[in-house]
Design a protein around this ligand. Sequence first.
Ligand code: CTP
Length: 421
Amino acid sequence: MAGVGCARSLEAKRVLLIVGGGIAAYKSLDLVRRLRARGARVRVVMTAAAKEFVTPLAFVSLANEKVYDDLFSATDEQEMGHIQLSRDADLLVVAPATAHILARAARGLCDDLATTLLLATDKRVLYAPAMNVRMWLHPATQRNVSTLHGDGAWFVGPNVGDMACGEYGPGRMSEPLEIVQAIETALKQDTLLPAPEGLSIRGGALEGLHVVVTSGPTHEPIDPVRYIANRSSGRQGHAIAAAAARAGARVTVISGPVALPDPPGCETTHIESARDMLAAVNAALPADIFVAAAAVADWRAEPAVDKIKKGERGAPSLSLVENPDILASVSRGPNRPRLVVGFAAETRDLIRHAQEKLARKGCDLIVANDVSEGTGVFGGAMNQAHLVSRAGVEDWPRLRKEDVAERLVARLAQLIGGEMS
Ligand code: CTP
């Protein structure tokens, strides 16, 4: 398969593979072989049902490791407790993920070793579902999948095809090489889950601070069915929010309409228009840091109450009025956070415009990026940013938006800690 198979691509990575009870379990043997061939260390956990399909000995032989299956094994607990087993991995992979495992994980049940590990882990979980097509399409399963998505889990598959039971449709487990590819992609990202609210596992650099982030586009209605919008995906703003949460901050996200899950560890308010975004931001203040990453629509139309019909008078003309500037209003308002950060999306004279925006909007930093056609910044995965402050301009390399977020949060922590001017 294209894109898979770079030698030793998983060198020193630790994968905890949970094997559920389905006929696709035989494919997980091949998965172990392929992960090991790429340098990964694979620890295998089997459910009782999985052992009805494949023997533990087969996994022992391929993983060259002991296979775990018993929550109450005194020997295993003494050698490596189940909490340690769940944490001592870079990624948890559930393959096959049966409807029953998904249901138990979504509800937080932990009645065997596999589900206990899923609840106790501080790492991301990648599920490779496998089940009968009706079971997969059942609203209960789809509900469980969306709950797990919301909790930060990742999914690969299922594929559409013939099923062992003779039916046809979505439900076949992804092929081992597709799962390998998903694991490789997952392990390029930070797999550590943010600490649950109220628990500080790692004293983060933004511990005890409140950060408000705007993200995504705004939609400005023209009539009940049409709106003015822009190409912002929300990916950069969401990544900043998630990074701030990982750094220990309490994070409030005010998000326009995006096709992304809410950033993990943050409290997210969903709005549509610029005016709603301003109201939600004001309601979220006071804060220590404000990051305006949203691509707020500059203008709005006076929306028609009824849908505008084509009629005979040709195209209607829209009369536009300017939206409130959220960044400027927070920056100059009575509740001004200690650090106010704006973005500048420009297609030419990037730094000059960013410096002008810094002064005009009264903020402390501007993250400037070139969004001209061909850069792929709007809606894409990468960003090339320049950090503009009164002290000067820092040029950052082209980075993934998640890495821009990490870097920005680290700089914010330095600045708020008073370590830099
Ligand atoms: N911004 C805002 N409210 C607005 C417009 C922009 O809070 N009504 C914020 C954005 O979130 C961003 C910064 O201001 O942090 C700059 O946005 P940008 O669209 O680049 O600038 P504009 O103010 O719209 O200026 P121009 O259209 O002239 O580039």
